[in-house]
Design a protein around this ligand. Structure first.
Ligand code: SF4
Length: 443
């Protein structure tokens, strides 16, 4: 028996390569490979970096679906099913919208696949495949088998999972919907094992909120310290309120931390249920503490909440430039299905595309709802301008000079490669057609 795993791409413009910074190794596929008994043959097509062979000799196709890749996933599934190959789908999007996914698959897995994977395979081999398998949200720990990535060129960063979910409930966040506002920590010994088994020297600790369980985070960091690694991760600004935590982070090798500031507008923070982000004066001090600890910040902002005006963009840019963030993302709000944000905008009749992820008129970078204080087109353009301005050469040089005082040589090199690449990608990312015309295009 043979299984073909597929990770679909978001989309690709004619004649252009896939966005470089979107090419991280897909951990989920390595976990599924690890769960698969060795007597079952496996192959993997990463649609982001290679063409799919629809005529491959296989018994079963497994597709991991995210909201952005849903349209592409369904098209790929159609191709295989037309050839008589059954398709199973899983992933966040399938869990949030199972009824939609069921229309395009022979079977779906909701929740985390680990708990039901082996049962599903046995059912398939016994020709008793069920229509739906319900995985759990809890952790069942599996060492990823990255041998399935052999020959594929990903960013040279080792991904190691440290936890899933988050204790908060931001209105726009699909993670909080999926995990019901709970955090699931991973066994430390398994994290250490995965770090030791990884190939690249720089690590991204995959966690929706690394500091969701503060005591757990501190214990883990103490265990990571002797491994002498360099790592980046993701957390909230609240980390800076705990000086001991910051010290442990740095000592364990933390070089860069992604923080969702989201907005500087109190009204918008309140509306998104993220008021736990600090008030303005305190925010400046907390940022400084992280920088003083020798950790760079990847700041992310989101625009389009009802408290946002034209001035919000200027103020946010000033804030980001003032603090010389290592890098930053200026995103527009996107109503993901299954979130409270989506429900609210639908009830307020403000959705421009009811199912933007399937709408053939929707393209990457478009706004899917009607903002309160500007037009949808203005919101999209203002986000683009903010990205451009933050990535312009003089701003990058100024941030680079600030960063050199705090960074290791590795992070200094990464600074340039990351920021120059992200600057170049601002326009490359705009107007990517969701899920269309990929196979015929040059890589
Ligand atoms: S803090 Fe981050 S991960 Fe947690 S619910 Fe809010 S946006 Fe989602």
């Amino acid at each position: 028996m043979k299984i073909t795993f597929i990770l679909p791409a978001i989309g690709k413009k004619p004649g252009e390569k896939y966005i470089g910074t979107w090419k991280m190794e897909p951990l989920t596929i390595a976990v599924l490979k690890s769960l698969t008994p060795p007597d079952i043959e496996t192959e993997f097509y990463d649609d982001r970096i290679e063409c799919i062979n629809y005529d491959t000799k296989t018994n079963l196709v497994v597709i991991t679906v995210e909201t952005y890749t849903a349209q592409r996933s369904y098209r790929i599934a159609d191709q295989f099913r037309q050839r008589g190959i059954p398709v199973i789908m899983g992933g966040y999007h399938v869990t949030l919208l199972p009824e939609e996914a069921r229309q395009y698959a022979d079977s779906i897995i909701t929740g985390n696949a680990e708990a039901v994977w082996k049962t599903m395979l046995q059912d398939f081999q016994n020709q008793k495949l069920k229509k739906v398998y319900h995985g759990t949200v809890e952790y069942s720990d599996v060492p990823p088998d990255k041998s399935i990535f052999a020959g594929k060129k990903y960013l040279p960063i080792s991904l190691v999972e440290t936890g899933r979910g988050c204790c908060h409930s931001c209105e726009f966040c699909a993670i909080s919907t999926y995990y019901h506002c709970k955090y699931y920590r991973r066994e430390h010994q398994n994290i250490i094992r995965d770090i030791q088994n990884s190939t690249h020297n720089f690590y991204f600790l995959v966690d929706d909120n690394l500091i969701a369980d503060l005591n757990n985070a501190k214990t883990l960091l103490q265990k990571i310290e002797p491994l002498k690694i360099k790592w980046a991760g993701q957390g909230t600004l609240a980390m800076a309120k705990d000086k001991e935590l910051l010290k442990l982070m740095k000592k364990s090798g933390c070089e860069l931390i992604l923080i969702g500031f989201e907005s500087l507008e109190e009204e918008s923070l309140k509306q998104m249920n993220k008021s736990f982000n600090a008030a303005l004066g305190e925010r400046d001090e907390l940022v400084q503490r992280i920088h003083d600890a020798g950790i760079g910040i990847y700041a992310t902002f989101v625009f389009g909440y009802d408290g946002d005006t034209y001035q919000t963009f200027a103020d946010t840019l000033d804030f980001a430039k003032k603090h010389n963030f290592y890098t930053a993302a200026f995103n527009h709000l996107l109503p993901h299905p299954g979130t409270r944000l989506y429900q609210r905008l639908k009830e307020e009749k403000r959705l421009i595309y009811d199912q933007w992820w399937l709408d053939e008129h929707y393209i990457y970078g478009d706004i899917a709802f009607q903002p309160k204080n500007m037009s949808a087109a203005e919101l999209s353009q203002l986000c683009r301008q903010a990205r451009k301005e933050f990535a312009n050469f003089s701003t990058v040089v100024k941030r680079g000079l600030y960063s050199i005082k705090r960074s290791s040589p590795l992070m200094w090199l990464l600074f340039w490669s990351m920021n120059l690449r992200l600057g170049k990608e601002v326009d490359e990312k705009m107007k990517i057609p969701l899920g269309r015309n990929l196979d015929e295009l040059p890589k």
